[in-house]
Design a protein around this ligand. Structure first.
Ligand code: GDD
Ligand code: MN
Length: 380
């Protein structure tokens, strides 16, 4: 028998287990370009979690600044640190989900790497879960006692508006469903995980909306601090992304978030088209056919750009692939337009109700464009 696996020697799995207590708390940290922040966060976790068996899982989307390299170095020194380096995938929600599913403690926390969240709340959050008082504890910026240092006025306003919308449309009862700082029982999370969207930023909102009131949530206030190093990755696309998530949850996930985003972009494209048509006809005074063609080209181009930034942000095309994708998108949409007109015409032929025929055609067009874009433009 091999010396290393004989029972009773120091190398047995049992002996290994004894030297590493199984973790009670897994801290999941999504990272993208956080090279200068991860070591500081690790030290703070180490300081604040004394007496708790914990592990930390960094989920890095192949940061260009090499954050994963810094995390690896930490993991070399401390086996409580783990690094998941994802290549060819991007997205905050997906990273959090993957990190939680890859961890093993009965409780999992999600915290940003940039030190804007207050890690000193973690022990309190853990005791609320461990004592059975809650299934989910949310670090909230909207309840009494909260103070926000890192929010500018404009963003605070947009955030408050979005929160109201989410609460009204989805009957989400918590005060800060946009928070990126929470702790959850892993068994409850795992039950809900199949319903969660890996796209987008709002994993907590998704979790609470998907739970449909079945998660007992407690909120604790914390101070949302200033970002220490690097910059925020949440761009103007976040607003659209959020709207898409609200719609997807509103339909009870009957349609995918990606399709909703694609259709929303299509709606914006219609406005772009009509605006271009108006400008070309009235201001530049070109003939109708040319103006209509210009509207179509401008709208297709802007749809392509928006889809590349929003709908397919996790597989954004760049460089030559961007040009190739744009041409493929023109072709897909042109055929889509034929399908649109064809369907509208045959509906109108059966039942001459203009808006019904128009809607059927538009639906055909968007479904076609979506399916074909996935095959030929943003193909994986
Ligand atoms: N793996 C991965 N992939 N991580 C990402 C990605 C991504 O595509 N995008 C962002 N992150 C990481 C960042 O590195 C950071 O650790 C964290 O996710 C939050 O990103 P920020 O760019 O700092 O977002 P923010 O500060 O504007 O907003 C955050 O805090 C708000 C308040 O709690 C987010 O957590 C929001 O969801 C939250 O509302
Ligand atoms: Mn941040």
């Amino acid at each position: 028998m091999n010396e290393a696996i004989r029972p009773g020697t120091d190398n047995t799995p049992q002996a290994h287990q004894a030297s590493l207590p199984s973790p009670q708390l897994s801290v999941v940290v999504p990272t993208f370009n956080e090279r200068d922040n991860v070591t500081v966060l690790y030290r703070r976790l180490e300081a604040v979690l004394v007496g708790i068996a914990w592990e930390v899982v960094f989920v890095d989307d192949d940061s260009p600044d090499g954050t994963w390299d810094v995390v690896r170095a930490l993991a070399q020194r401390d086996s409580r640190v783990r690094c998941i380096r994802r290549i060819g995938r991007r997205g905050l929600s997906g990273a959090c989900i993957e990190g939680i599913l890859a961890s093993s403690a009965p409780y999992a926390a999600v915290i940003d790497a940039d030190l804007q969240h207050d890690e000193t709340q973690l022990p309190k959050m853990l005791s609320l879960l461990a004592s059975g008082q809650a299934d989910l504890v949310v670090g909230s910026r909207y309840i009494e006692g909260y103070k926000s240092e890192g929010f500018n006025k404009q963003r605070a306003g947009a955030s408050a508006l979005a929160t109201e919308l989410a609460r009204k449309a989805l009957r989400v009862e918590i005060a800060d469903p946009m928070s990126g700082f929470f702790m959850v029982r892993r068994d409850r999370f795992e039950q809900l995980a199949p319903k969660l969207s890996v796209h987008g930023f709002k994993i907590l909102l998704d979790l609470v909306a998907s739970a449909n009131g079945s998660l007992r949530a407690v909120e604790i206030p914390y101070t949302f601090g200033e970002r220490q190093h690097g910059e925020s990755k949440l761009d103007s696309m976040v607003a659209l992304d959020f709207l898409g998530l609200v719609l997807a949850k509103f339909t009870n996930d009957a349609v995918s978030l990606r399709f909703i985003l694609f259709a929303m972009v299509g709606g914006i494209g219609l406005v772009v088209h009509l605006t271009t048509l108006f400008i070309a006809l009235r201001l530049i005074k070109v003939p109708f056919a040319e103006a209509q063609a210009a509207g179509a080209v401008v709208a297709m181009t802007s749809n392509f750009v928006l889809n590349n930034f929003l709908t397919y942000r996790d597989q954004r095309l760049k460089g030559f692939a961007l040009l190739r994708g744009l041409i493929a998108f023109y072709i897909v949409c042109s055929v889509g337009l034929l399908a649109n007109v064809g369907v509208a015409f045959s509906v109108y032929d059966q039942e001459p109700i203009w808006w019904l025929a128009g809607m059927a055609g538009a639906l055909m067009g968007v479904v076609w464009n979506y399916a074909m874009s996935g095959l030929f433009v943003w193909r994986k």
